[in-house]
Design a protein around this ligand. Structure first.
Ligand code: SAM
Length: 223
């Protein structure tokens, strides 16, 4: 499994192939703007190693951080990366498709994880996100996105072309592993599909968005 072997994904992070840097800079600005003068409880869904978010939270520490992930190995890395938050951190080995998020929280954050769920699991998860957010809370989502009207098969071919032509720092065996993972596990929505999921879950409008290729950030208000 890609996220048990972790190293290829660390190369992706090092090389910024999925625009983690730009999208997390925007996420940091949003957190600063919204919570500069107050504390907040944060849920991180599919936290992985939390490498980029941990950098943000060193400057803007939440009152509590709860990270959920399927991979026990990723959670061990998250514990190291989040060490500056000490006992504010709780890490949960859980399947988001089976056990939706539980609150309360002021910020629900998720980066590059929700596209692994099928549509019905996404519907349930968005509803649980809405129900665990406190008034004034936000859902900060970063994920892979398809173009409007683009079928999954076409998206996968396009993403494979991009990876093969641009992700040079990866060994061929890692490219093969990543492509196998994407074809098996990735079910990205379109921008309008994400907005529909949010609206149908009762979340408010999308306050801010930023897109780089097929990588996008959305910030939804709770109300
Ligand atoms: C591409 S990584 C993203 C990690 C981190 N959020 C980041 O942006 O670097 C996707 C993460 O989602 C986790 N994941 C995938 N499906 C999941 C599920 N059904 N429940 C919980 N975690 C899941 C994987 O284990 C992995 O750590």
């Amino acid at each position: 499994m890609l996220f048990q072997a972790w190293t290829p994904y660390d190369v992706v992070l090092d090389q910024n192939y999925m625009f983690h840097r730009e999208l997390h800079v925007r996420a940091a600005r949003i957190l600063q703007g919204r919570f500069a003068t107050g504390t907040f409880d944060l849920l991180d869904l599919g936290c992985g190693s939390a490498r980029h978010l941990a950098g943000i939270l060193r400057d803007h520490p939440p009152a509590t951080y709860r990270g959920y992930d399927l991979s026990a190995q990723a959670l061990e890395l998250a514990r190291v990366n989040l060490a500056s938050l000490a006992d504010r951190v709780r890490l949960v080995n859980a399947d988001l498709a089976l056990g939706p998020a539980s609150g309360p929280a002021d910020v629900v954050f998720s980066a590059f994880a929700i596209h692994h769920l099928n549509v019905s699991a996404k519907v349930a998860l968005f509803r649980s996100i809405r129900s665990c957010l406190r008034p004034g809370g936000i859902f900060l989502l970063i994920d892979v996105v398809r173009d409007e009207g683009e079928e999954r098969a076409r998206f996968l071919d396009r993403f494979e072309d991009e990876i093969r032509s641009q992700w040079w720092a990866l060994a061929e065996r890692d490219v093969v592993e990543i492509l196998d993972h994407i074809r098996t596990c990735d079910f990205p929505e379109t921008d309008s599909g994400i907005r529909d999921l949010a609206r149908d879950a009762g979340l408010g409008g999308c306050r801010e968005t930023e897109r780089h290729g097929c990588h996008q950030l959305w910030c939804f208000d709770r109300d």
